[in-house]
Design a protein around this ligand. Structure first.
Ligand code: PLP
Length: 385
């Protein structure tokens, strides 16, 4: 096969459209020249509907985890009590960040592969300290392919506490609906290399007025990630406090063009179709999925690997078909593999993955399921064209 035809289906980083690559190749501009503020203002503003934010989105030059850290470091002071919902590796990371910053972390552990229900959060909040600074949740838990019911969790948080509701949307913002005001989210963060179709290197933080006030008054030590610098630079002259990743921001401008051309509603619907094609296709050939249909993410699907042959699927897909998937993380290492279907991904791309899995099963187990997952996935697609 052509060696440069590689198919990237990891749950981040994800493929970058050619248009976006070209946009990033524009001549460099000085970020203190008059051109840059126009670019920053345009992109920060055009991202507002994607983040469901009432305010321009803050853009950092760093990976998604820096946005998680920024969200925590700008509100947590030593010995603050916080609740972190942990349904997988990224919830766990949020908890580690909060612990590092000196918070008392109350871990709401949810079985990996399941979503946190509003009732679970309600019970947990009732039995834990009332003076909480924040409740942290993960919208799409990338390590299990689960989406948490963020809207409901936000409402429970605000009904029972005065805490901020802070959400990690790294692996789904750009592919899912969100409304910070209506869903009671105070801070929503994301990264560039997942559903936003960009290379790694940008982190995004959307904050509401309540969070801005807390951030302004927060006495915790921080420098590069002090959001006050970013918010005031933007307010004063639409600039950034430190050198921005100009090329990536040009890329983000092109991503906004693409979202607007397709229509963001259609972007969201396309991800629903991709998810359903993957899941129905795999079910048709009896490949076991980690999550229920109700909890399943539109951006990443986790497949259980229960016997020896199935543990070889990921490696064989890479070696024989140049398809890159994600593996299991932490306690799911060796137990699952994950298919990313977000960002620059079409129904045709899903057919590539499913066809390759069918052939891989034939190679590994001698079982002929060829065409079965494809047929089912095509039917799902047909219902949605
Ligand atoms: C990828 C991811 C992150 C971390 O982002 P990095 O860019 O790797 O730092 C955080 N949270 C979630 C849910 C993710 O999927």
């Amino acid at each position: 096969m052509l060696l440069d035809q590689q198919y990237l289906f990891a749950p981040g980083p994800t493929p970058v459209p050619d248009r976006v690559k070209h946009a990033m190749n524009q001549p460099m501009i000085a970020h203190r020249s008059p051109e840059f503020p126009k670019l920053l203002e345009e992109v920060s503003t055009r991202l507002m509907p994607v983040f469901g934010s009432q305010h321009p989105v803050t853009i950092l030059a760093s990976s998604g985890t820096s946005a998680l850290e920024a969200a925590a470091a700008n509100v947590i002071e030593e010995n603050d009590h916080v609740v972190v919902i942990i349904a997988g590796a990224f919830g766990d990371r949020f908890a580690s960040i909060c612990e590092t910053l000196g918070a008392h972390v109350h871990r709401l552990n949810v079985e990996w592969g399941k979503a946190c229900t509003p009732e679970q959060l309600e019970d947990f909040l009732r039995s834990n300290p009332k003076n909480l600074k924040a409740v942290f949740a993960t919208y799409c838990e990338t390590s299990t392919g689960v989406v948490n019911p963020i809207r409901e969790l936000g409402h429970v948080t605000k009904r029972l506490t005065d805490a901020l509701f802070i959400v990690d949307g790294v692996s789904c913002i750009g592919a899912v609906p969100v409304d910070m005001k209506e869903w009671k989210i105070d801070i929503l963060v994301s990264g560039s290399q997942k559903a936003l179709m960009l290379p790694p290197g940008l982190a995004f933080v959307a904050v509401n007025d309540t969070a801005k006030e807390v951030i302004r008054n927060c006495k915790a030590k921080r420098f590069y990630l002090d959001l006050n610098h970013y918010l005031s630079s933007y307010e004063n002259d639409k600039s950034t406090p430190f050198t921005p990743a100009v090329s990536l921001i040009y890329g983000a401008q092109e991503v906004c063009n693409m979202f607007e051309e397709e229509g963001f509603e259609n972007v969201i619907n396309r991800h629903q179709v991709l998810k359903t094609m993957v899941r129905e296709g795999l079910k048709a050939i009896e490949v076991p999925l980690l999550t229920s249909d109700e909890d399943a993410s539109p951006t990443v699907t986790a497949v259980r690997t229960i016997d020896e042959p199935s543990k070889q699927i990921k490696k064989l897909l890479k070696d024989k078909f140049a398809i890159t998937l994600g593996g299991g993380q932490k306690k799911l290492k060796g137990e699952i593999f994950r298919i990313g279907h977000m960002g620059y991904c079409t129904p045709f791309d899903v057919l590539k993955v499913l066809a390759s899995i069918e052939m891989t099963i034939k190679i590994l187990e001698g079982k002929n399921v060829m065409g079965i997952a494809l047929k089912r996935a095509e039917e799902v697609w047909m219902e949605n064209v």
